[in-house]
Structure formats: structure tokens, C-alpha cells
Design a binder for this molecule. Sequence first.
Ligand code: AMP
Length: 216
Amino acid sequence: MNLILLGPPGAGKGTQAQLLQDRRGLVQLSTGDMLRAAVKAGTPVGRAADAVMKRGELVSDEIVVGIISERIDQPDCARGFILDGFPRTLAQAEALDRMLAEKKMKLDAVIEMKVDDAALVERITGRFTCGTCGAGYHDRFKPTKQPGICDNCGGREFVRRADDKAETVKSRLAAYHGQTAPLLPYYQARGRLRQVDGMADMAEVTRQIEAVLDTV
Ligand code: AMP
């Protein structure tokens, strides 16, 4: 099964994609994670993307389409994948359609996670991850059980994304509304779009996504 999780930054796409990966054996394909890895590794793609990401703007379609096309060819994706953060523009959605047709793959569902903008800023600016194991936390909604110590691995180093600052979040939300939201009517017209309430608690969102997948 191949899915897209669509929604603004902070909607919970990454969290739900990881849960789906664990529960259904689907592979999470996060262009944001791939780009951050490229930035860290200092590759040509990373060097091109770094400043754009820091401004909260979108990296070029050409770069992200190239990354996804290569990644989908890896054998693990044959089990099915969840696109998290891709496509983000109409040009990317059209490129994805062409790519899937060429590779004889299909898209089973596009799940929109609906969340109010006001909630997103608080969700995003409070999040941090363990620098050792990558476990995700939030200052208010999911603090570590003991201050400064990762519940999962005992690590004491935590990281916050450079683009999770309030000013950058505003640009990221503007990019979502301006460039990504037009994908909703695009997939609606193709009969692929389903919606879940991204404002509900995490377990309820998972339940709603599972209910959608059971009908696919
Ligand atoms: P994310 O982790 O999905 O919030 O993505 C972080 C940043 O990576 C975004 O603000 C963009 O700068 C860049 N990015 C991730 N995915 C895409 C994409 N599909 N198209 C363009 N830029 C992207």
C-alpha cells in the first residue's frame, strides 16, 4: 500500500508515519529527513538546500523529485511506502504521478491531517528530539519523564530543528497554504483524498488513519 500523508508542518505526519511503519511494515519516506541528512553530510544537495530550509521556504521541485525517485527504487519500498512531506507543490504531485506510472506503482490514498494554524505554532516550537536515539518529545505535550534524560535510551543530549523557531514556522505555514494546499483539490478530483482530524489526540488520529486504510 502506498500513501501520502498531507498536512501542514506540525500536523503530526512524521509521528503517524512512524507508527504506520512499525504497525504495517510500510516505509516512511520523509523528504525533510532526507534533506536534513544531506545538509548534515554536506552533499551537493545538502549545500543547495540548507539556506532555503533555514528560511522556511521550499527546496526546488527538481531536487526533491530526484531524491524521491531514487528512494522509491530501493527494494524495501516494494512493501509499500508512506510519503511524509512530499509532494508539496502541484509540480511535485504531477511528477509523482508520472514516476509511479513509469514504475508501475499506484497511489492508494492521500490522507489529509487537518489542524488549525494556531495549534501548529505551539506544537512546532515546543518539539525536540533525543540526539542519541531520535525519540521525539514536546516541552508541554510530551516532556521527558525525568528532566533532561531521554525516557527511551537515557541520553542527555537533545536537539531542536533550526527551522522550528517561531519566525521560520510562519514562513513554513505560508508555504503550506500557498503552495501545498492546492494539492487538496488535485487529489479530491482524482477520488484519492481522505481526511482525519489532526487536532484529536495521537491515539485517536492513529485510529482514524487505520479506519481509512481498512477501506483501501
Ligand atoms: P519537513 O521536515 O517536512 O517539515 O521539511 C523541512 C523543510 O525541508 C521544509 O521547510 C522545506 O524547506 C524542505 N522540504 C521538505 N520536503 C520538501 C518538499 N517536498 N519540497 C520542497 N521542500 C521540502
